[in-house]
Design a protein around this ligand. Structure first.
Ligand code: CTP
Ligand code: MG
Length: 200
């Protein structure tokens, strides 16, 4: 086991982490664009399908900032390559900036699709918008983000995703174990800063 697997896991998944945080900021930037993904409709149980907290704005913001993050990380590769060797989102292996952006975007979008799917199940369990559902609130975007990474691995040079995510088991373990801890910490900070309504 290599200790830098922890850093590598966090680094590689940064587009998904940023995407997952983006909706709260985008909601502040464009409060008027609050069209909900479920169109305001209820499910058969009389509760909202997803709820008012899942907007197209959030999904679009996550996709955009996920893409920007991947691009920035690929440009930082010369600076960060001392920590890891697959840190450049395939740039040194010939990936184009547009494909790197697209890869970060689908990673971010899928992360927020996972977040919305989780909300579907929260509503079915009668948990109101903003209510806590540990550990699903923390892991939804990891599971869907990882699915996105492998589904869209063809955007990057052949073998890059497998090499980056699967060479060291610590990478996946970090994402699954450390993410909930980080997520709860970041949300608490966001709450203190007045960005979030609730501390989870
Ligand atoms: N958000 C959004 N669109 C999304 C996801 C999030 O606009 N697709 C915004 C909403 O303002 C939301 C906030 O980001 O309230 C925090 O996101 P999250 O914690 O995922 O939503 P909750 O409000 O907690 O709703 P739920 O209980 O359904 O998870
Ligand atoms: Mg929440």
């Amino acid at each position: 086991m290599e200790w830098n697997g922890i850093l590598r896991g966090l680094w590689l998944f940064l587009p998904a982490y940023v995407a997952n945080m983006a909706p709260v900021f985008v909601a502040r930037l464009i409060p008027a664009w609050n069209a909900p993904m479920d169109g305001g409709r209820d499910a058969a149980d009389g509760r909202r399908i997803l709820g008012p907290g899942k907007t197209w704005r959030g999904l679009a913001g996550g996709a955009f900032f996920g893409g920007v993050t991947a691009l920035v990380l690929s440009l930082l590769a010369p600076v960060t390559s001392f920590v890891l060797d697959a840190d450049d989102f395939g740039r040194s292996a010939g990936a184009s900036p547009s494909n790197i952006f697209l890869f970060g975007s689908v990673l971010g979008a899928l992360a927020l699709v996972g977040d919305a799917v989780k909300s579907y199940f929260k509503r079915r369990r009668a948990i109101e918008r903003g209510g806590s559902w540990i550990p699903f609130d923390q892991l939804d975007f990891v599971v869907f983000g990882l699915a996105g990474v492998f589904l869209f691995s063809w955007l990057l040079p052949a073998g890059w995703v497998a090499e980056a995510f699967l060479t060291d088991w610590v990478v996946l373990a970090t994402l699954l174990v450390l993410t909930p801890v980080l997520h709860l910490t970041v949300n608490r900070i966001g709450y203190w800063m007045g960005l979030k309504e609730v501390p989870w």
